[in-house]
Design a protein around this ligand. Structure first.
Ligand code: MRU
Length: 361
């Protein structure tokens, strides 16, 4: 797998996801403002990857601080403010900034130690993300059967995380258990994460993938061509409502009508207990030119009025299960989320299809 983001010699390198699948180029970042800019402009995207980028942005900012700085708190708050204003929906961004704040509060008295500890934390967040995704894969693959065709939306793969992916991680895990899985990728207008990124990731691993435009999902379902839907999430509310890429809600409604299981795969860091329901989740709106253009070519008059919400929210009642690193939440989301956040109950879920709910009491 090609690395999404890396720390090398005091700099942060990110593969430029706007250029994929045609060019595999890395952008070098030497300051936190460059990192913030890259998050805003979608050089890096996907909730967990944005969280890792924010943590590394903080580490970059702190690494440039004078060792005798008298007001480290002022600088730290500014770094957090700039990074925190990049994208509003993916809660992993704010989760990562909170994690960095805890380290800052403990070590701020000695800047040299602070630099080291902050960097260690950023790297830990990155490394744990990939490990967590492998756990999500192990937990989730029990819902996939040999021969299944899985519809996914946007890109919840290696590129959207520090590695392996959430929804695509579940597919990777099923494949490595010997199951034959085919993927249908929705193209995901307007940014085309499905067409450009998911297809690219699946092809690199020889997982059969078919691209459709977003408006074809219902037809495929009506023909019995989709066995299960698997998507990621940018923020999950305490009641289990899940915000994900715009279009996810429509697919969930279609899945309900056609009786097709609809799963969300996400790490616990995507759960926001501060959002009681999906109504509390802020939905990012992006520039109208993303809709007026299709991969660089204008497709409508320049003055066309555009509405460009980047995410939508799927109510828990449409979700068959939320696959996390600690188990699958099928019922009672609030109670289970609270319990999961309290204790680590990950055991070996392999081939224990119906036992997961019993373990999460
Ligand atoms: O706008 P993006 O590309 O950042 O949106 C990404 C998604 O909606 C993903 O599905 C989500 O972040 C889950 S990624 C593991």
């Amino acid at each position: 797998m090609i690395p999404t983001i890396e720390w090398k010699n005091g700099r942060v390198f990110m593969i430029d996801q706007r250029k994929l699948p045609f060019d595999e180029v890395y952008i070098e970042h030497s300051g936190y403002k460059d990192v913030a800019d890259s998050i805003k402009k979608m050089v890096i995207r996907g909730a967990p990857a944005i969280g890792v980028a924010a943590a590394m942005g903080v580490a970059l900012g702190i690494s440039r601080m004078e060792d005798d700085e008298k007001k480290p708190g002022t600088i730290f708050n500014e770094i957090v403010r700039v990074l925190g204003e990049t994208r509003p929906t993916a809660v992993n961004l704010f989760w990562a900034l909170e994690e960095m704040k805890k380290v800052f509060n403990i070590f701020q008295k000695d800047i040299r130690i602070l630099k080291q500890k902050i960097l260690e934390k950023a790297l830990e967040i990155k490394n744990n993300d990939e490990k967590t995704n492998r756990d999500i894969g192990r937990v989730g693959e029990v819902v996939l059967n040999n021969g299944d065709t899985i519809l996914t939306h946007c890109n919840a793969g290696s590129l959207a995380t520090a590695g392996y992916g959430t929804a695509l991680g579940v597919i990777r895990s099923a494949k490595s258990s010997g199951k034959n899985i085919s993927v249908v990728a929705g193209e995901t207008r307007p940014f085309l994460q499905g067409a450009r990124l998911t297809v690219w990731e699946m092809q690199k691993e020889n997982i059969p993938v078919t691209l459709i435009t977003d408006n074809m999902a219902g037809y495929l379902m009506s023909k019995g061509s989709v066995d299960l839907v698997l998507v990621g999430a940018d923020r999950i509310a305490l009641n289990g409502d899940a915000a994900n890429k715009i279009g996810t809600y429509s697919i969930a409604v279609l899945s309900k009508f056609h009786n097709i299981p609809f799963y969300v795969a996400a790490p616990l860091s995507t759960i926001d207990i501060g959002s009681a329901s999906g109504n509390d989740i802020p939905i990012e709106e992006r520039d109208g030119n993303e809709v007026r253009n299709f991969h660089g070519a204008q497709i409508t008059p320049s003055n066309t009025k555009v509405y460009n919400p980047t995410f939508d929210t799927t109510p828990f009642e449409l979700i068959t299960g939320i696959i996390t690193e600690k188990g699958i939440i099928r019922t009672d989301p609030e109670k289970k989320i609270k319990n999961m956040l309290k204790k680590n109950i990950l055991t070996n879920f392999r081939n224990k299809k119906n036992s997961i709910d019993e373990i999460i009491k």
